[in-house]
Design a protein around this ligand. Structure first.
Ligand SMILES: *Cc1c(COP(=O)(O)O)cnc(C)c1O
Length: 356
């Protein structure tokens, strides 16, 4: 089966690696990045900062300047913030510290595949609760799922990927009230919509709020994510993080982005407006069913087979994400520029009209 000279862990052989296609397409709307690079002011200052970094020295292990900025941004102490190489590393560090063998992780599906993936790799028991369409979590569902067999960690993704909808804060509270474990709210798309669980941090010591610079901050290439939580929790995860995990280059990028937060984030309002316009446009395409989105992407369903539709769109230069393995006949499109969105709708319309 395998042509590896030496086999990997048995429990990992059956699970696929994360491999969203990174094909060269004219219109790339498949990984929820920003269609625009960060602004010139940011790039200019970052270039200058990079010249003055002592690369012969290890970076600040605590990433203090960056965390000061993150704390200030959220009105939360620096000691209650932590930054890493993308929010995926935050997720991994939390799972390494609080999950692991003999502990369980509760997920509400369909949701972000990396939550269960990293939980598996770090040897936790994954407990999935399937949520029916339109995938809005409610207090009763969450409370009973958590209290039935209290997990070490409960993940709530809001706005949720790939469905797009945000969940009410009441479900986060329900999860916290129902069991003794951590509740991790993944807000990778939090700037585009929904209520932030930041509002609950004062009240709950076992709450973690995760955010990312990869989407709204237009910095997917820089790999920066962070968390807000009570200081005891930041302290606790130090045992599992790697020394000097966040390079001086990455820290500088984050610090400069925070300094220019207003300009870096000024694309968010435009993306939100485009998202609502794109939803309406998609609804006008015959046979297409559009799900409500609070994020920078839209999940939609068509009458035809998802994989072949995906392939036909790709053949026509439009890359979207195929979710038909998870939600039959569903695809997810990232909101791009006005022109990209229009080209996508046009291509979809013509592919569907001529039979996928
Ligand atoms: C994109 C995404 C992330 C971001 O991961 P990074 O490692 O910060 O790039 C995290 N969570 C969800 C739900 C996402 O969709």
């Amino acid at each position: 089966m395998s042509d590896r000279p030496f086999e990997i862990r048995e429990d990992l052989r059956a699970i696929p690696a994360y491999r969203a296609p990174q094909a060269d397409a004219a219109i790339r709307l498949n990984t929820n990045e920003s269609p625009w690079p960060p602004p010139k002011e940011f790039a200019a200052e970052l270039a200058q900062r990079l010249r003055s970094i002592d690369l012969n020295r290890y970076p600040d292990r605590e990433a203090r300047a960056l965390r000061e900025g993150l704390g200030a941004r959220h009105g939360w102490p620096m000691s209650g913030t932590w930054a890493a190489n993308g929010s995926n590393e935050i997720i991994q560090t939390l799972l390494l510290t609080f999950g692991g063998p003999g502990r369980s992780v509760l997920l509400f599906e369909p949701t972000y595949a990396m939550h269960s993936h990293i939980a598996h790799v770090t040897l936790a028991t994954v407990v999935r609760k399937d949520i029916p369409e339109p995938w809005t979590l409610d207090v009763t569902t969450v409370y009973s799922a958590v209290s039935f067999d209290p997990p070490a960690l409960t993940f709530i993704c809001s706005p949720n990927n790939p469905t797009g909808n945000a969940h009410p804060l009441s479900v986060v509270e329900a999860a916290l009230e129902a069991g003794p474990g951590l509740v991790v709210v993944d807000e990778a798309y939090g700037e585009f919509g929904g209520e932030s669980a930041r509002a609950l941090l004062d009240k709950y010591e076992r709450l973690v709020v995760i955010r990312s610079f990869s989407k709204s901050w237009r910095l997917a290439g820089a790999r920066i994510g962070y968390m807000l939580a009570h200081p005891w929790l930041i302290d606790a995860i130090q045992v599992a993080r790697l020394p000097y995990h966040l390079s001086a280059l990455t820290q500088a990028a984050g610090e400069v982005a925070l300094k220019h937060a207003q300009v870096v984030l000024d694309g968010v309002a435009e993306i939100v407006a485009e998202r609502d316009r794109l939803s309406k446009e998609l609804e006008r395409v015959p046979g297409v069913e559009v799900f409500h989105s609070d994020a920078n992407f839209i999940l939609f369903r068509t009458p035809v087979d998802g994989s072949s539709l995906w392939k036909q769109l790709a053949d026509n230069g439009v890359l979207v994400r195929d979710f038909s393995q998870v939600i039959p006949r569903a695809l997810r499109v990232t909101v791009g520029t006005g022109n990209q969105n229009a080209d996508f709708v046009e291509t979809l319309r013509s592919v569907l009209a001529h039979g996928a």
